[in-house]
Design a protein around this ligand. Structure first.
Ligand SMILES: [Zn+2]
Length: 86
């Protein structure tokens, strides 16, 4: 696969939560037609949420055993949530 991703997934990567080797990587080219929502506030545009986004792509890896999305958590407050507090 030639698509560049933000998540470098090696064949030896294990789940950060349960240590399973069953990690699935998903990359989808959505460009500016990605819908994201937090607590009912919707945004249409390029993927922007940490751990699932890379430029034009939805790009994430998750564990097929426990469901954990691989990445760094907690994600700091997003602008979608900040706008909600105004
Ligand atoms: Zn897991």
């Amino acid at each position: 696969m030639s698509t560049s991703t933000s998540i470098s997934l090696s064949s030896t990567q294990t789940c950060s939560k349960c240590n399973s080797i069953r990690i699935a990587l998903v990359v989808g080219r959505v460009k500016d037609q990605c819908f994201q929502a937090i607590r009912g506030k919707w945004y249409e545009g390029y993927p922007s949420l940490d751990n699932i986004s890379a430029g034009d792509n939805l790009d994430f890896a998750f564990c097929l055993d426990c469901g954990q999305i691989q990445g760094r958590f907690p994600v700091s407050l997003t602008w979608l949530e900040g706008a909600e507090e105004e």
